[in-house]
Design a protein around this ligand. Sequence first.
Ligand SMILES: C[S@@+](CC[C@H](N)C(=O)[O-])C[C@H]1O[C@@H](n2cnc3c(N)ncnc32)[C@H](O)[C@@H]1O
Length: 242
Amino acid sequence: MKKYIKYNDIEVVYKENLHGGGIRFGQQFIPVVKEKFGHIDHVFEFCSGPGFIGFSLLANNLCDKLTVADINPEAIKVLNETISKNGLESKVAAYLSDCLDAIPETEKWDLVVGNPPHVLAKNEEEYKKDITLYDPQFNIHKKFYRDIRKFLKPTGSILLQEHTESTSVDDFKGMIEQNGLKIIDVFAYNSPVIFNSKKNGVGFNSTTFKKLINPIKVYKFLKRRIFPPIPRNYYFIHAKIA
Ligand SMILES: C[S@@+](CC[C@H](N)C(=O)[O-])C[C@H]1O[C@@H](n2cnc3c(N)ncnc32)[C@H](O)[C@@H]1O
């Protein structure tokens, strides 16, 4: 079933099985990009799924152009729906691509963002069980860091979000440095999640109303909205061309 989430004027189409955290911890990119980079020209969202991070950066006027890519054709379908629904054809390009393999080299980016699969899988079989979660032998990260330089503008930055319980920066340091890149900063964003979508506000739509029927659910629902959980499990790696 299709779902929709609104970031300012952009309504993002998605399906629950395509959601890999971009609605929740992925929204940390908004304050982080605002603080560290301000407004930039062209953003690329790697392993974008439905593009929650990229579209919310665009909707918050933090970039002018957006490129998104994912290996899953279902994700590309919803990405294209979001593009046409919101009339974003002149600003957003979507590619079906295994890592960066199918991206034309004419693409040049100021900032690359993303929350790629963050759990190390032993092999391809394990990866295929959940492609939103597993990175087989870190091959996704290895291919990304091997190829990203040719798409980065000389002053461009890479900002990937990783999971503290699954990896540390040491897992990626080698692949970053071996490919002519350098780590600028590794940091966590530990403020409450920014629920910056209209659908995440406390409103009285039909879903909210159903929740009101059960007092325990109402309590949990309001508590989550008033005291949003602080996601301490994620960190960012900021890298640039060395
Ligand atoms: C953690 S999810 C993040 C999705 C989205 N950014 C979000 O937050 O909802 C990881 C994404 O990586 C994609 N993916 C997995 N393997 C890939 C590959 N080899 N190349 C490109 N994308 C890949 C998956 O399809 C999935 O959409």
